[in-house]
Design a binder for this molecule. Structure first.
Ligand SMILES: [Zn+2]
Length: 307
């Protein structure tokens, strides 16, 4: 998960259409979740060539670069209601039906993060109290446009699940090589049972395929590249000066990748390059001790601008 900027004033037309407004009023009047229309929150429309499109899905895919808001894998996008529209697991709350078409409540998620059973589903634990429809109204009983925004609701409810458009995931999440060496796991860093831990648990962010895919990035884009440069030096096919140049070029490449949001696992890419300690633990801990020391010294020099 990484911080994402979404323009809350640039709302897909389908979410503010007359059909959406009428549908929402009907849902609110009846409190009937079954009246929620996926065609509206997906933004179904007819393209000029006669084929069908999903405006909201397309817009979220553009903003999130086709990646899941939670796990950061590239995915077929499902519309995820951050606050569940149907019901809230483990609570008598009937679901946030009045937020079913609310732009700040819609995130792109993959099936694996979003599914019921083992992943988010209808989970939405909060530190305070789940708010109701009545909590989001003006004095004359109309929807208060500020009180339906995720930022306002989060400030009141203090949910455990991180919201990538509100929270800074770097403050809650880190990575480590799994103890069994089966992959790279994500860990919470704001205390046991904190929001990091809870968000990981809610979305099942340490499922085996994710552990392996994160490790695949480390192995293929970082560790293997470093090993190749060391191998060239030990074979004598490059000089010490060329070795220094190649290490520097690799670090520069990794630095450019960490801000390239089109790539998967942006937060992991950032994390590996953030500090010598992170780089050491994640990228080079399987190298021979002397190579670890050299690579670490070069990394520190790179970070200091002296490489
Ligand atoms: Zn996902």
């Amino acid at each position: 998960m990484r911080k994402v900027v979404k323009d809350l004033n640039n709302i897909p037309a389908s979410l503010v259409s007359k059909e959406a407004i009428d549908s929402l009023q009907n849902i609110i009047d009846t409190k009937d979740n079954s009246l929620i229309k996926s065609d509206i929150y997906r933004g179904k429309y007819l393209k000029t060539d006669g084929s069908k499109g999903d405006e909201v899905v397309e817009k979220l895919a553009e903003i999130y670069h086709g990646k899941c808001a939670y796990c950061e894998e590239r995915t077929l996008i499902y519309i995820e209601h951050y606050r569940p529209k149907g019901n809230v697991q483990g609570s008598r709350h009937g679901g946030y039906y009045w937020l079913c078409y609310e732009w700040s409540n819609l995130l792109p998620a993959c099936h694996e993060c979003n599914k019921i059973g083992g992943s988010k589903g209808t989970q939405f634990p909060v530190s305070n109290k789940h708010l109701t429809h009545a909590d989001c109204l003006t004095n004359n009983q109309k929807i208060n446009p500020v009180k339906v925004k995720a930022a306002y609701l989060n400030s009141k409810e203090a949910p455990f699940l991180l919201h990538p458009e509100i929270d800074e995931p770097k403050e809650f999440l880190a990575f480590e090589i799994d103890a069994n060496k089966n992959g790279v796991s994500i860990i919470g860093i704001d205390g046991i049972g904190g929001r990091g831990d809870k968000a990981i648990g809610i979305c099942n962010l340490n499922r085996q395929p994710l552990l392996l895919n994160r490790l695949d990035y480390i192995n293929n884009y970082v560790n293997t590249e470093i090993k190749k440069i060391f191998a060239k030096l030990s074979k004598g096919s490059i000089s010490k000066e060329m070795f220094r140049e190649e290490m520097k070029e690799l670090f520069q490449k990794l630095d450019s990748h960490k801000t390239d949001e089109k790539r998967t696992f942006t937060l992991l890419r950032w994390f590996v390059m953030e500090s010598a300690d992170n780089f050491h633990k994640l990228a080079i801990s399987n190298l021979p001790r002397n190579e670890q020391e050299v690579a670490l010294a070069f990394f520190k020099a790179y970070k200091n601008g002296t490489l």
